[in-house]
Design a protein around this ligand. Sequence first.
Ligand code: FE2
Length: 386
Amino acid sequence: MTEQGERAEQLPIDGFAHVELYVGNAKQASYVYENAYGFTPVAYAGPETGVRDRASYVMEQGDLRIILTAPMTTEGTIAEHVARHTDGVRDVAFVTNDVQGTFQEAVDRAQEHEEVFQGEELVDDGFVVRKPETIEDEHGTVDIATLATFGDTVHTLIDTSNYGGPFLPGYESIDTDRDVQGVGFQTLDHTVGNVGEGDMARWARFYESVFGFRRFLDFDEDDISTKYSALRSVVMANDDLSVKIPINEPAEGLKKSQIQEYLDFYPGPGVQHLAITTENILTTIEEMRTRGADFLDAPEAYYENLPDRIPIEGIDEALEDLEELGILVDEEEEGYLLQLFTNPIQDRPTLFFEIIQRKGAQGFGKGNFKALFKSFEQEQEKRGNL
Ligand code: FE2
């Protein structure tokens, strides 16, 4: 268990708003998100809409909104982010009905808890990425502010309740005559951050003391390890669990932790995966596989061993269908969940997606972690990073 800190009152954070990735080529990335993952492009900002420094595509599916942004310049935050990380998550934005108040309280609390930011100088040097402002156009107003978190990642606070446009001022609707078919993605279930060894507790305290999130679950290396490589994880969440942010750190093992591989290649702390819910994981994975998405293979004996791990009679899906599609199962007291992880979605072994269908279970598939570690290690081995 990680050390409990003092949890502050929760700030009014009511869910994930969107996730913005900084990428080298947003036009091409949007093509992959549309064709492999089934997102509809709904809005665009760039030189044609009066935005000079970037090109951004807003991709929607279900309640999910992913923004793909590429730099139009060689200098500045976007270009530097891409130069350092290649494609990666810049912003995990939160919905709030009070941007100004949430921002101010977060900054005040951060100043009171400077020990939380030890070594990062987060408060003095860059905690405030964007001061609160109200931006507007003919569609209405948007309140927006941005705060820093681990690595080069940020949390934008956003209130679009008085806005009727396609996304934000500066964006114009994309009217595509293509008939984009989704793959069944519904919502963002959780976003996971990887931080350096020994830093997990500090970042958990950051979410606890600044945003007032709670520790929903934690795991240590006994839960999530093989003989060789390990990780620790703590899940920070808001009260209604509409925001869940597991934070991982590498743990000591005989071989390199998958978290350390991420940290070496990203490089530094950052978002490891985006977990996306579906109402029917069988059709979602089948469709994604047909479109060319590739997934982490389950270890050989996984389906053979499954009945020993889980009472199969409680599972609605046929075991052979799950095995054919490579879908993983985990069980908890309240129910079970089905999940599957993609391989990294860019050249570096950094960001990937998790597809998850919850059937009562609120956890993260702890029972699969051990089984999966062997698969992660096999992939690391192929890359020469074990
Ligand atoms: Fe996950």
